[in-house]
Design a protein around this ligand. Structure first.
Ligand code: ZN
Length: 185
């Protein structure tokens, strides 16, 4: 549950901490504005991926399904700065598929929290396995981290790539190769 009062107090302290005048015109409404924004960017904490993945459709095929280039925005839990990029999801159905928009919704549920990219990748793969029971799932995320590009080593455009394999993707490297081929890599 987002506690607006606590966030507003904290933002005021933070502004004072960097030497700002919290009463000046431009900052007057900033604490409240940030509290409202947090409702949205951390809204995933109160959501369950199961609500999006519960509605499945029966299929005969067990051909690989790929949803690529799912844009997402998340927040790094080490620096509270954004990291953002694309998620690519593949799964091999075992009699059940979900509507394609549900995969993007699942990414959102986990992205709208404080995160680490490795953890985000794994949580999406685990949610697919738990709620859809496919034969296997693979999630790949390519992201740029503001904590690497606007501070520290400053390497704009550098991408961090993470991969999570579950089920048959762990056993059969040919499936992963097919995924990369279909992705055009
Ligand atoms: Zn960071």
């Amino acid at each position: 549950m987002i506690d607006h009062e606590k966030i507003e107090q904290a933002v005021r302290l933070l502004l004072e901490g960097i030497g700002e005048d919290v009463s000046r015109e431009g900052l007057k409404d900033t604490p409240e504005r940030i509290a409202r924004m947090y409702e949205e960017i951390y809204g995933g904490m109160e959501e369950d991926a199961g609500t999006h993945l519960a509605k499945t459709f029966s299929v005969d095929s067990s051909e690989m399904v790929i949803e690529r280039d799912i844009t997402f925005y998340s927040t790094c839990e080490h620096h509270l700065l954004p990291f953002y990029g694309k998620a690519h999801i593949a799964y091999i159905p075992d009699g059940k598929v979900v509507g394609l928009s549900k995969l993007a919704r699942t990414v959102e549920v986990f992205a709208r929290r404080l995160q680490l990219q490795e953890q985000l990748t794994g949580q999406i793969a685990d949610a697919l396995m738990e709620h859809m029971q496919p034969k296997g799932a693979l999630v790949m995320i390519e992201a740029e981290h503001m904590c690497m590009t606007m501070r520290g080593i400053k390497k704009p455009g550098s991408q961090t790539v993470t991969l999570a394999r579950r089920g048959v993707f762990e056993e059969d490297p040919a499936l992963e190769e097919r995924f990369f081929r279909m992705l055009g890599r």
